[in-house]
Design a binder for this molecule. Structure first.
Ligand code: FAD
Ligand code: UDP
Length: 366
């Protein structure tokens, strides 16, 4: 008999296991994949730490979170500065003076950029933008929307910008400085040696059963522990009784190439709709690797999720959030099981939010 059964060895599950063990509780972690780490798993291939489930950059403004994660790894000083390729044009992201001056050859100063954006949005400015398209045009005007947002977003989410919530685009900074940092957070970096090392450190001394799907035999697993922390899909836990929540899945096409530098940057977004992938990740650049003779790239194809696929992104639009509330109502009545993490809480959480959510939950335990 264990004190805690933890379903999922991703960041949320691993933090819970680590902290509960520290408090003297016995824990068993079940993981349906053949490795630990969930979506932050990295694998060393040809000396390069490959982000197997997409580019992961740790960023936060929360000191508690930054201190917490730094116990488990040293972080390098990587700053994410993706570039966008639209047809045969290259622009800096996020939207900043480098983007504006390249896009509009008569723009040189912040006030000229603001005037240009103002002119582009004045006929369609919405006081309260109701969808991603309205929000995007409000923020950056029509040209940037058409070249850098519309196609990329449609590929990423499989929906038109008019059908998506505005908060998604508010993740990206818009700056009137020449600053290509994709994030506004105080702290940012990549763990040296890869993310898997963090999870390994968290799970040290804890029993983990890989290739084990809790839902396939939940009654026997429930009998093993007093409490359960479940970080899988909440709708799957309840057998999709109100219908499935929506997710996006991603197909990663990874290649080892015989060149030492394929694209000169870790992340290049392909923003036109006609290119079927959303972005290409060149993993070695996360760690400033200039010596290995080979490189590894991953093309990301975002597709509709159906049961059995990996549910990478919750689609937090109004319909899904309402459906989630029905599942949450059931979850709130449970006494033995707690639902946490990106899938358990059905939230488009970055890693720092997952850390915070886990730490907050752990504080509620005696
Ligand atoms: P997960 O990592 O999904 O872990 C859940 C685990 O539970 C998985 O290992 C799963 O296999 C297991 N599981 C599920 N069901 C069962 C079951 N029935 N039985 C046993 N095991 C089960 N965040 C950032 O901060 N920066 C980024 O740059 C960033 N980039 C991202 C890029 C992509 C493509 C994606 C998909 C996400 C990105 N994120 C990023 C978000 C980040 O991945 C998540 O915040 C974090 O990994 C969530 O951790 P988790 O433990 O909640 O979930
Ligand atoms: N986005 C865009 N063009 C880009 C990059 C992002 O339109 O080149 C939009 C898109 O809608 C995306 C959102 O901004 O879903 C958030 O981007 P982010 O990079 O934060 O997404 P994630 O890292 O979660 O894939």
């Amino acid at each position: 008999m264990y004190d805690y059964l933890i379903v999922g060895s991703g960041l949320y599950g691993a933090i819970c296991a680590h902290e509960l063990k520290k408090k003297g509780y016995s824990c068993l972690v079940l993981e349906k994949r053949n490795h630990i780490g969930g979506n932050i798993y990295t694998e060393n291939i040809e000396g390069i730490n490959v982000h197997k489930y997409g580019a992961h950059i740790f960023h936060t403004s929360n000191e508690r979170v930054w201190e917490y994660i730094n116990q488990f790894a040293k972080f390098n000083n990587y700053i994410n500065q993706p570039v966008a390729r639209y047809k045969n044009e290259i622009y800096n992201l996020p939207f900043n003076m480098n983007t504006f001056t390249k896009l509009w050859p008569d723009v040189f100063t912040p006030s000229e950029a603001k005037a240009k954006i103002e002119a582009e949005r004045k006929d369609c400015y919405k006081e309260n933008p109701e969808n991603l398209e309205e929000q995007a045009i409000n923020l950056v005007g029509k040209t940037i929307y058409e070249k850098l947002i519309k196609g990329y977003t449609a590929k990423q989410w499989g929906m038109k910008c008019t059908e998506l919530p505005s908060f998604i685009i508010k993740r990206l900074p818009v700056r009137f400085t020449f600053d290509n940092n994709y994030f506004n957070d105080f702290y940012q970096g990549i763990p040296m040696g890869g993310y898997t090392k963090i999870i390994e450190a968290m799970l040290e001394g804890i029993e983990v059963r890989l290739n084990t799907d809790y839902l396939a035999d939940r009654d026997s697993y429930n009998a093993l522990a007093k409490h359960i922390i479940y970080t899988g899909q909440i709708d799957a836990y309840y057998d999709y009784q109100f219908g499935p929540l929506e997710y996006r899945t991603v197909r990663f096409e990874t290649e080892v190439l015989d060149t030492n530098n394929y694209q000169g940057n870790a992340v290049v977004n392909y923003t036109e709709y006609e290119v079927p992938f959303t972005r290409i990740i060149e993993h070695k650049h996360f760690e400033f690797d200039t010596t290995s003779p080979k490189t590894i790239i991953s093309r990301e194809y975002s597709t509709k999720w159906t049961k059995g696929d990996e549910p990478y992104y919750p689609v937090n639009n109004e319909a899904n959030n309402n459906l989630y509330l029905k599942y949450k109502e059931l979850a709130d009545k449970e006494t033995k099981i707690h639902f946490g993490g990106r899938l358990g809480e059905y939230k488009y959480y970055d890693m720092d939010k997952v850390v915070l959510s886990a730490l907050d939950y752990l504080e509620t335990l005696k």
